[in-house]
Structure formats: structure tokens, C-alpha cells
Design a protein around this ligand. Structure first.
Ligand code: FAD
Length: 430
């Protein structure tokens, strides 16, 4: 079976990125910096940009290439907010902190589009909004209330009935939903490359093909051992998300990693471009194993969903994904699949991203639960502010708590995913 890690080569974004890859900086073994960063995705690149813009010396190490992980191979949907609605954030964290969190995560898409404009990132941004579509009555009531909550806080959000949703998306598969016009889309690989290059212009050094293998604290400084030599740093920031290895003991066991896979059709004929997800709008559904879809800037239908556990790509999953696409958009049936790929999504038990600080000066941001473009960009800024100024992030710092029976969870999750697919195919899921 093909490897999910390697499938990035077949990703639509790899062949259409307008932003060139950043140039490599020379690696100087033994170099001393204020901040060392592990991981060249949105978390790492955003942290590097924030820290370097603050005047810190920064070295970022990436095992493969910038954007190689989830950041360069995702759906490109820039969605603000968290799993929790604003009222749930206030209930969970108290009135003051909860409101601060709602304001920060509610503005996360503004943050992304602001950075794109400020740094002139050529990532085909489109701010036409995101629709959360409900296939069942219960989910519809829940998400429309969510839209109402954000609208009451001043967000450009509104309810959609079945007809309005069908008009905007070209599918009749949903009862309705809500639209969040703060959201939009980007070409994700171009976005992450652009962020990294902005960090480089601000003075950060980027080291691709460099694997961090150990982090050791000595006399108040961190020694970062890498495949190319060591770096000495005052602070270390880690942004590995679904590609967490054994670098930070216990970190991978706090996460459940599942594959999310995408297919992209051949370019749609003009008539279909005007009917299927036209005008740059994007959408995902309320199901736990949600499908998500958009049109790419070059006019293809891009359709994704969550699938297997582990690195092996199952061809049956792509067939099932394509069948789901045809059920949602029957007009797409005759279109060839031109690209297919997958990557790792890191889920947490509470559905929220986490900030961990297992030792002083070691700051980790993970667990975006499939919604990391806006949130990981924000997280990178939070990690940099925390490392440089000790700023308290709106999301509380949590302990590294490995999930009990983590190794048993993988087969259990695979079973759950299979069951969810069966329910979906029988038309029960919602
Ligand atoms: C198929 C798919 C579709 C998705 N769709 C969307 C979407 O439409 N909208 C959205 O908001 N989110 C989406 N997501 C989620 C989003 O892409 C992620 O949450 C986000 O990219 C995480 O960014 P990150 O920088 O934390 O991690 P990643 O981008 O995964 O980067 C981690 C990097 O760390 C590197 N690394 C790991 N270990 C080491 C080491 N020891 N030394 C050096 N480097 C190391 C890896 O090589 C990798 O490049 C999707 C994810 C996937 C997989």
C-alpha cells in the first residue's frame, strides 16, 4: 500500500504553489540562539515570524521541507473559532478568560488574511466564507445556534436554510447550516512557504532536512541535538502536531492521529464552476467524520474526509471518498480524479488544541483537530509571546497527559471510523 507521508508528492498544492520554496540557510553547528523551533508548518513558521519580528534570534529546524506536514497538504479552509462556542468557552474558563479566548479565536482568520496582506504572500486568498452544513435536524439546530452566538458578538454570520445553502454550494444534501463570512480559503502550501519566507526576511534561519533528535536542558539553556549538529537555545518551541515523534517524551501519546484524505477532480467545465462551490466559498459538515469541500483556484472540486489510522493509504478509502463526493455533487460523477493525497490530523480527547510546557523554556502547541490554518497561525504567535515575554495565552497551559491505553486506542478508532462510514453509507449519520 502507498504511504500517506509520501502522498504529498501527488497533492494538488505541490503542483500549483505560486510561492517558491524558501532558500536554505547554512547550518552552523553549535550556534547559539534565543529561540529554536522544531517543525516547519504553520505553528513553527508563525512562531518564527513572531519571534524574529520581536527581535529574537531564531533557528527553525524541519525534518523534510517547509510545509511538508499537514500544513502543505490540507484543504485550505481558513476557519476561525474552536470546537467550543463562545458561551461554552466562558463556562469552561470563566467570564474574563473565556471572553478573551473567544475574541482571540474568533479573530484567527482575520489574523491569517492580515499576515497574507502584510507580507504579500501569493497564496490565492479568497474570503467568501465557510459554511457548516448539517445533514440532520439535531445538528442543524446546534450549528444555527452557534452562528447566532457569533453573530451576537458582531461576527458576519447568518443562518442558512436548505434552499439558501443549495444556492451557495450546489448541493441538496443538507438541511441547512450557517455561514461564517470571517472565513475563507488559501493555497495552503503557498501560505506556509510565504510565512516562512517572511520569518526569514525578519532574520529567522530556516534549516530543512534537519531532524531534531534530542532536547536537553543544561545550565538554564537548551541543547537541541539535530541530524546536522547541535543548536543552543534559551527557549525551544515545538510544532509537530500529527507528526509528533519521540522527541518530547509522552507527547505523541496525548494525541490520536488519523489520516485525512483529499481528492481533486480535473478542472470543472465553466458551467459547473458556476454551480459547484462557486465564488471561492468553502464548506464542511457537522458529522464527526466530516467531509469538507471547496473549489481550487484553478477550478477543480476538492473533496476531503477523515479515514484510516496509521501511514498506509487504503485505496478503498479513496473510492469511498469519491463515492461520497458523487452523492454530494451528482454532477461531478463524470469528472476524472486528477489528484489524491492524505496527511495526519492530530485529535485530542477534548477536541481542543493544547499548549504544554513540560519543562521551563520548552513550549509546545498541538492538537488542532483538523482546523489548524487559523489556529496554528495564532498558536505560533502565542508560543513566541510566551517564550519571549512570559505572556499568558488565552488558552490555559495544560499538563502532558498521555491518553490511557493509547496503543489500544488505535484499533478502536479504526473500528469507530469504519462504523461511522457504514452508518454514513446507510444514511443514519448526522
Ligand atoms: C488532509 C488534511 C486536511 C486538512 N484540512 C484543513 C483545512 O481545510 N483547514 C484547516 O484549518 N486545517 C486543516 N487541516 C489541519 C491543519 O493542516 C493542521 O492542523 C496544521 O497544518 C498543523 O500545523 P503544524 O505546523 O502544527 O503541523 P504540521 O504542518 O503537521 O508540521 C509539523 C512538521 O514538523 C516536522 N517534524 C516532526 N518531527 C520533527 C523533528 N523531530 N525534527 C524536525 N522536524 C520535525 C514535520 O516534518 C512537519 O513538517 C488538515 C489536515 C490534513 C492532514
Amino acid at each position: 500500500m502507498a504511504s500517506s507521508a509520501d502522498s504529498v508528492k501527488g497533492a494538488l498544492w505541490t503542483t500549483t504553489a505560486r510561492e517558491a520554496a524558501p532558500s536554505a540557510d547554512p547550518f552552523e553547528p553549535g550556534r547559539s540562539v534565543d529561540v529554536a523551533i522544531v517543525g516547519g508548518g504553520f505553528t513553527g513558521a508563525s512562531a518564527a515570524l513572531a519571534a524574529a519580528s520581536h527581535g529574537a534570534s531564531v533557528a527553525l529546524v524541519e525534518a523534510r521541507t517547509i510545509g511538508w506536514g499537514a500544513s502543505g497538504r490540507n484543504g485550505g479552509q481558513v476557519i476561525p473559532g474552536l470546537k467550543l462556542d463562545p458561551s461554552e468557552m466562558r463556562a469552561a474558563y470563566g467570564e474574563e478568560r473565556g471572553s478573551r479566548l473567544a475574541q482571540a479565536v474568533g479573530g484567527a482568520a482575520d489574523g491569517v488574511f492580515g499576515l497574507i496582506e502584510k507580507h504579500g504572500i501569493d497564496c490565492e486568498p479568497n474570503r467568501s466564507g465557510w459554511i457548516q452544513a448539517a445533514p440532520a435536524e439535531k445538528a442543524l439546530a446546534r450549528v444555527q445556534q452557534r452562528g447566532d452566538e457569533w453573530a451576537a458578538l458582531g461576527a458576519p454570520a447568518e443562518r442558512l436554510d436548505r434552499a439558501a445553502l443549495a444556492r451557495l454550494t450546489g448541493t441538496n444534501a443538507y438541511l441547512g447550516g450557517w455561514i461564517d463570512r470571517r472565513a475563507g480559503t488559501v493555497q495552503p502550501l503557498s501560505y506556509v512557504r510565504g510565512l516562512a519566507k517572511a520569518a526569514q526576511r525578519a532574520g529567522a534561519k530556516l534549516h530543512e532536512g534537519t531532524v531534531a533528535t534530542a532536547l536537553v536542558q543544561r545550565n538554564g539553556r537548551w541543547e537541541v541535538t539535530t541530524s546536522r549538529g547541535t543548536i543552543s537555545a534559551r527557549r525551544v518551541l515545538v510544532g509537530q502536531d500529527g507528526y509528533a515523534d519521540g522527541l518530547v517524551p509522552g507527547l505523541a501519546k496525548t494525541l490520536i492521529c488519523v489520516q485525512s484524505a483529499l481528492v481533486a477532480t480535473e478542472q470543472l467545465p465553466e458551467a459547473l464552476r458556476a454551480r459547484i462551490m462557486p465564488g471561492g466559498i468553502c464548506a464542511s459538515e457537522t458529522r464527526r467524520l466530516a467531509f469538507y469541500f471547496r473549489q481550487s483556484p484553478d477550478g477543480r472540486l476538492v473533496f476531503g474526509g477523515r479515514g484510516a489510522v496509521g501511514d498506509a493509504e487504503n485505496p478503498a478509502f479513496f473510492s469511498a471518498l469519491t463515492a461520497a463526493m458523487h452523492r454530494t455533487f451528482p454532477e461531478a460523477k463524470g469528472l476524472a480524479i486528477a489528484h489524491r493525497w492524505s496527511g495526519q490530523v492530530a485529535l485530542t480527547l477534548d477536541g481542543l488544541p493544547h499548549i504544554h510546557e513540560p519543562e521551563s523554556g520548552l513550549h509546545i502547541g498541538v492538537g488542532y483537530n483538523g482546523r489548524g490554518i487559523a489556529m496554528a497561525t495564532l498558536m505560533g504567535q502565542w508560543l513566541a509571546a510566551r517564550a519571549l515575554d512570559g505572556t499568558e495565552p488565552p488558552l490555559p497551559v495544560t499538563k502532558l497527559s498521555p491518553i490511557l491505553w493509547h496503543s489500544l486506542k488505535t484499533p478502536a478508532i479504526q473500528l469507530g471510523i469504519t462504523w461511522a462510514w457504514i452508518r454514513d453509507r446507510l444514511g443514519f449519520a448526522g
